[in-house]
Ligand binder design. Structure first.
Ligand code: DAH
Length: 356
């Protein structure tokens, strides 16, 4: 009786169970599925173990064979589980590779190259012209003393000429001899700083930022760039000044440029002049850029005032010099036909990119 109902049954049931387990396994697609499957079929109270509970009803001599069989099934199922898991890992890996696949034959993405700011470009160009004429580039501090920005430049305290520069004063105690601390209103103090430390001859250009307490509009910024020039030697005269500045203007604006010197006043030069160039847009015939005058004013200059030379212990009977000062933004505007100074510092990439 027992032979008929259980003994032949267990191997058959085992076989059926193995088929079922294999079918279920092939549907597993994640670690959670595998864990569940393992519990269901191979666990301590899993289906295979349960089946073996019927072993007790078998004749003694049958038991080892059936037990052996059950173990083999368990081993095969465990091996199948491992194989299936390994396959899943391989599939995942292949998919990951595919996702990050790189077509090395595709053209690269262009890197956006940076560039120098247009003011830096013009500044470098101007300095280059003067360097080739023998001038050295020097720099001075942007936070200055009254003494250098004004007093030693022949602009005494309370002199009305100070009205030419709307000054930002620094909130610090004035120092005797040096006076108030301020943001330099021009690069002219570098003239004095150089002469104080160097005996003649001197040939320098001094670029840098200057500050004016000024409302911003199309032609004024509170912060802008200037380049100062100074040449001191024996017998420097107005002819030297005109020659140097004419050569400069022609290199920057073209060889046909005409240069005009008009009398003007700056406390640190005598005589003083304003330099204009013939309008390079209309060749001097009159246009919107030169406001129909045919001329564009580009800088201030003059013969260094004897008081300035005396203040730095240069003997004005022995030495003379010329000086000039120009606004870099203004020159850039004239050179490129830009009608509003605020474009330079507006950080609009469409403007800046035009100066590649
Ligand atoms: N420092 C003057 C200014 O900012 C410009 C200037 C004029 C400089 C005449 C000079 C000069 O050296 O000789 O307005």
């Amino acid at each position: 009786m027992a032979d008929e109902t259980t003994a032949p049954d267990i191997p058959t049931q085992l076989e059926a169970l193995e088929r079922e387990a294999e079918a279920q396994l092939s549907a597993c697609a994640a670690d959670a599925d595998f864990n569940e499957w393992r519990t269901t079929y191979l666990g301590r109270s899993g289906k295979v173990t349960q089946l073996l509970r019927g072993l007790g009803g078998l004749p003694k001599e049958e038991r080892p064979r059936i037990g052996q069989l059950a173990n083999t099934v368990k081993q095969r199922l465990a091996a199948a589980l491992e194989a299936q898991q390994a396959q899943l890992r391989r599939n995942e890996h292949a998919e990951a590779l595919k996702a990050e696949a790189l077509d090395v034959t595709l053209p690269g993405e262009p890197v956006r190259a940076g560039q120098l700011h247009p003011i830096t470009q013009v500044l470098n160009e101007i300095l280059g012209i003067f360097e080739r004429m023998g001038f050295h580039v020097v720099e001075g501090p942007e936070v200055e003393w009254d003494r250098y920005n004004f007093a030693l430049l022949n602009i005494p305290a309370d002199h009305p000429a100070r009205d030419m520069w709307d000054t930002f004063y620094v909130d610090a105690e004035p120092v005797s001899n040096l006076g108030s601390m301020l943001l330099r209103t021009h690069t002219s103090p570098v003239q004095v700083r150089v002469m104080e430390e160097t005996p003649p001859p001197v040939r320098i250009v001094a670029p840098g930022r200057v500050y004016r307490n000024e409302a911003t509009d199309a032609s004024h910024e509170a912060i802008f760039y200037q380049i100062e020039g100074l040449a001191v030697d024996d017998r420097i005269n107005m002819g030297d000044l005109k020659g140097v500045l004419t050569a400069f203007a022609r290199q920057l604006f073209g060889g046909k440029t005409r240069v005009r010197f008009n009398c003007s006043y700056f406390p640190f030069v005598e005589p003083g002049a304003e330099v204009s160039i013939s309008c390079h847009v209309c060749s001097g015939n009159g246009c919107r850029v030169c406001k129909q005058t045919g001329w564009l004013e580009i800088l201030g200059c003059g013969i260094v005032h004897p008081n300035v030379l005396r203040a730095v212990n240069y003997d004005p009977e022995k030495y003379s010099g010329f000086a000039f000062g120009l606004g870099v933004e203004r020159i850039a505007m004239l050179k490129y036909g830009i009608d509003d100074i605020r474009y330079f510092y507006g950080n609009d990439i469409r403007f800046l990119e035009q100066f590649r």
